[in-house]
Design a protein around this ligand. Structure first.
Ligand code: NDP
Length: 333
């Protein structure tokens, strides 16, 4: 079986030589454990942060297998609750097989009409992050306007759709290509969208959201945050979900020069990480499953095949070559 190790800490955009594919022998599961054949694994922006060594965030060790969300099928079981054939989600991605304690795996219930990929995307951490960010951090109320950056990605595409379901007023997103912009409006029902490769992001935001922003869902940081600050309405909220524009150059980024608007517009700006909200995850899954089944919410993903493509998938994610959730298929379900 094969797994991917971090060979050295990337400098800027990761390159192939920062990683190493290792072939290793399979351990049999011990008492209380299961052996899982991975079917799908997730690549996520936060992984770029784990490749660096920062005091504020846990890092990966060199020459060790990396980890992350995955879904697989139990092939050998030493635990009665997870018999052979059970589909489970767990945290041991970046490898073709995983041996883990049954307590570290959750059963994935098959629901007719919902693809397995959705459990790592719109029904998984990406959708949940969108939901928590909108409802708890952004406290979006019906009629309020919503602007989301990184809008065509896994979290962003869920943000716009869920905002609409929750009764938002104008919903606008920005993304990196004309095809993504078209998809946001024609495929996902955003009221407006634009390509952020423009001369003045601030003017573009103002044109697209002429009545101002009540909730800004920030996935990008940097100049995107600065442009949104210019258009924020009084008592607006800024949901600091991510800063993907800065992950390849983690230190020494200048802050927005218009941060004074937090004061003069009485804004609230709050960061969060989804891991501390897990208690509400089952309630989210129940609601989002209904939305998916009645067609209000769409599951979008970009799937590549084979563990040997996982590093490229990760690099493509950082370069914006995904629409919706970026996943790697490791075997058939
Ligand atoms: P996405 O599916 O959105 O993929 C990343 C996207 O970021 C790319 O598709 C690309 O699209 C865009 N991007 C890359 N570089 C830049 C740049 N310099 N400027 C603007 N856009 C860029 O990933 P996720 O949905 O998984 O994550 C989105 C954000 O949410 C990330 O910042 C991530 O860290 C954060 N996050 C936070 C969580 C939390 O708990 N707080 C949990 C999960 C995610 P494009 O073509 O538009 O450039």
């Amino acid at each position: 079986t094969r797994e991917v190790h971090l060979a050295r800490r990337p400098d800027g955009m990761p390159v192939t030589d920062d990683f190493r594919m290792i072939t290793t022998s399979l351990e049999p599961p011990g008492p209380g454990q299961v052996l899982v054949r991975n079917v799908l694994m997730s690549v996520d922006p936060y992984m770029r942060v784990r490749m660096a060594k920062l005091p504020s965030y846990p890092h990966w060790e060199l020459d060790q297998v990396m980890d992350g969300s995955a879904i697989g099928v139990v092939e050998r079981s030493e635990h009665p609750d997870l018999p052979v054939g059970t589909v489970v989600s767990h945290r041991l991605g970046w490898r073709e097989h995983a041996v883990l304690d049954a307590g570290h795996a959750s059963t994935v219930r098959h629901i007719d009409g919902i693809p397995l990929t959705a459990h790592l995307g719109v029904l998984g951490m990406a959708g949940f992050t969108a939901y928590v960010g909108l409802t708890q951090i952004g406290a979006l109320t019906p009629g309020e306007s919503l602007y989301v950056s990184g809008a065509a990605g896994a979290v962003g595409s869920a943000v716009g759709q869920i905002a609409r379901i929750l009764g938002a007023g104008r919903v606008v997103g920005s993304a990196g290509t004309p095809a993504k912009v078209a998809y946001l409006v024609d495929g996902l029902g955003f009221d407006g969208a634009f390509d952020y490769h423009v001369e003045s992001l601030s003017e573009c935001v103002a044109t697209n959201i002429p009545d101002g922003i009540d909730v800004y869902f920030d996935n990008v940081g940097g100049g995107h945050l600065q442009a949104a600050l210019d258009s924020m309405n009084q008592h607006g909220r800024i949901v600091v979900c991510g800063a993907i524009g800065e992950y390849n150059a983690l230190r020494g980024q200048p802050g927005p020069s218009n941060l004074i608007y937090v004061l003069t517009k009485r804004l609230r700006m709050e960061g969060f990480t989804i891991r501390e909200h897990m208690a509400e995850y089952p309630a989210f899954v129940a609601r989002a499953t209904t939305w998916l089944l009645d067609g209000q919410l769409r599951s979008t993903d970009t799937v590549v095949s084979g563990l040997e493509s996982a590093v490229d998938a990760f690099r493509d994610l950082l370069a914006g070559r995904n629409i919706g959730k970026m996943l790697v298929r490791l075997s058939e379900d």
